[in-house]
Design a protein around this ligand. Structure first.
Ligand code: HEC
Ligand code: HEC
Length: 234
């Protein structure tokens, strides 16, 4: 191919993509500004559209709320729930970067492989299980629902611990340091895959069997954890 032809082809390929790719600022104006205000200044409750300021929440909260599909919500007065995001990966990255530019903590980089399952089980039981139950199946909280952690990624877990989304408390590094969070993630990963018990898929059966099965899975996960801990003991 002659160079001029090559250039024409390249330009033809690139131009529509450049034109079509929305910047984080544009996406924010289209999907977020009504509830979060210009420059992330927030909109006070009272009307139909409201939301907290996003200045200082950082890429950390933006990444959590966007990758879980919690945001955007249709109505400001509903608890955000996990759903598939309307944004492409590239759009998510631009939005996270844009909200990160208002200032605040970056996206964390957990390393669950350096955590300990037994410490994770202990910390999860003490700090999380009251709402999320022992095997990381969801549960009811007054005024909201603590979701199952079946689909939470290590990064989302590390983010949730620091952010404290909705009714969840936030944990400072004094309360749980990054190593301890690594252990919690490692335990949750084990609970997400209790050996050949059908995983979380069984949850589709409905509320009553789901509750019963949750206890079975919890028991199975505990036996699994005990086996792992037992196997580790010197
Ligand atoms: C219909 C109103 C509405 C829309 C639209 C909306 N949000 Fe929200 N947003 C809220 C409300 C209300 C909360 C508080 C809920 C909570 O704490 O979980 C919130 C919370 C957040 C938080 C957490 C803030 C914190 O203090 O940790 C982030 C980040 C966020 N939204 C980002 C976005 C982004 C990005 C968009 C656009 C893609 C968006 N939101 C669209 C209403 C909205
Ligand atoms: C007081 C109850 C409560 C406690 C304690 C609690 N959480 Fe949560 N958690 C919630 C609620 C409620 C939500 C849903 C937030 C929302 O809807 O915006 C949540 C959401 C999450 C999510 C996101 C789930 C998803 O949709 O993928 C993760 C991850 C998480 N919590 C982890 C933890 C961990 C780890 C701990 C312990 C260190 C913990 N939580 C302690 C109530 C709690």
């Amino acid at each position: 191919m002659r160079p001029t032809v090559l250039i024409v082809v390249l330009v033809a390929l690139l131009v529509p993509q450049l034109g079509g790719a929305d910047s984080g600022a544009d996406l924010y104006l289209q999907s977020c500004v009504t509830c979060h205000g210009r420059g992330g200044s927030g909109v006070p409750p009272g009307g139909k559209h409201f939301g907290p300021p996003l200045q200082g929440v950082g890429a950390q909260a933006a990444d959590f709320y966007l990758t879980t599909g919690y945001m955007p919500v249709q109505r400001a007065d509903q608890e955000p729930v996990r759903k598939s995001s309307p944004f492409s990966d590239a759009e998510l990255r631009s939005l996270v970067q844009f909200i990160g530019s208002f200032g605040g903590p970056p996206v964390p980089h957990p390393r669950p492989e350096r955590g300990s399952v037994s410490e994770g089980l202990e910390l999860f039981t003490a700090n999380c299980a009251g709402c999320h139950q022992v095997a990381a199946e969801g549960g009811l909280v007054v005024g909201g629902t603590a979701p199952t952690l079946a689909d939470s990624t290590p990064i989302q877990i590390a983010e949730a611990v620091r952010i404290g989304p909705y009714l969840m408390p936030r944990f400072t590094r004094k309360q749980l340091d990054d190593r301890q969070v690594d252990s919690i993630i490692r335990y949750v990963q084990l609970a997400q895959h209790p050996d050949d018990r059908g995983g979380w898929g069984i949850g589709h059966l409905g509320p009553i069997p789901e509750g019963l099965v949750a206890w079975l899975i919890a028991g199975a996960a505990l036996v699994g954890v005990a086996a792992v801990i037992g196997g580790r003991a010197p």
